[in-house]
Design a protein around this ligand. Structure first.
Ligand code: SAH
Length: 222
């Protein structure tokens, strides 16, 4: 499995080289690469997909959702510019794989999943694997998790039609929101929103992506 993970890292590095003009660098944060080497992706994919666990592509996890492609997980983790003492919020726990990667990079991860069955399964999996600096909740994360705000970073792993201002409001000054924005199942861009002082924020589009849609209606909380 270790060798397979090493092949996955090679694929990620190749993808980074290939997109370097868009992402503005030729290599990702070594802390991110180390986390990708350490977290067992095979533990987060359905048993029937095990033979594809280290391919650089998304995989179905049920309920119409997917575990994100390794190179995208790595890129989004890099774009958050995490530090060891950071507290981050993730919207869309899904399989819990991105959650586990983040837990190796920061002090505390809060993660919200709207599909109850997925949220329960991933919370159990993260606990069993010993990722103890993670708190999961089932519910609609469109309005964030204000009780633990402000965050150093917020990552959304489903595509929103626009930038949710409630999430920007939960960032501390200098904090970053990494989110795919665009049409459901259509053209989407990975966007980084950096919060400045007061109400100022900066928006940077990175590259085209394909994510499942974010549930944006707040009426249907988990
Ligand atoms: N990071 C996950 C990605 C899962 S796909 C992984 O790699 O496994 C995106 C997830 O976002 C899905 O599980 C979906 O149910 C969830 N989701 C969509 N809209 C949401 C919302 N408003 N609040 C919380 N979770 C949401």
């Amino acid at each position: 499995m270790k060798k397979d993970r090493q092949c996955m890292i090679t694929d990620i590095q190749r993808e980074v080289e290939y997109t370097s003009s868009l992402i503005g660098k030729r290599a990702l944060d070594p802390r991110v690469i180390k986390a990708m080497e350490e977290v067992p992706r095979e533990a987060f994919v359905p048993a029937s997909m095990l033979h594809l666990a280290f391919e650089n592509g998304p995989l179905p996890i049920g309920y119409g959702q997917t575990i994100s492609q390794p190179s995208i997980v790595a890129l989004m983790s890099d774009l958050l510019q995490t530090q060891d003492d950071h507290v981050v919020l993730e919207i869309g726990t899904g399989s819990g794989y991105q959650t586990a990667i983040l837990s190796r990079l920061v002090r505390q991860v809060y993660s919200i999943e709207v599909v109850g069955e997925l949220g329960e399964a991933s919370a159990g999996r993260l606990k069993d694997l010993g990722y103890s600096n993670v708190e999961c909740r089932i519910g609609n994360g469109y309005a964030g998790w204000p009780e633990h705000a402000p965050y150093n970073g917020i990552i959304v792993t489903a595509a929103a039609t626009h930038i949710p201002m409630q999430l920007v409001d939960q960032l501390m000054p200098g904090g970053r929101l990494v989110i795919p924005v665009g049409e459901p199942y259509g053209a989407q861009e990975l966007v980084v929103v950096t919060r400045g002082e007061a109400d100022h924020f900066d928006v940077r589009e990175i590259l085209g992506v394909a994510f499942v849609p974010m549930q944006e209606e707040l009426g249907s909380t988990g």
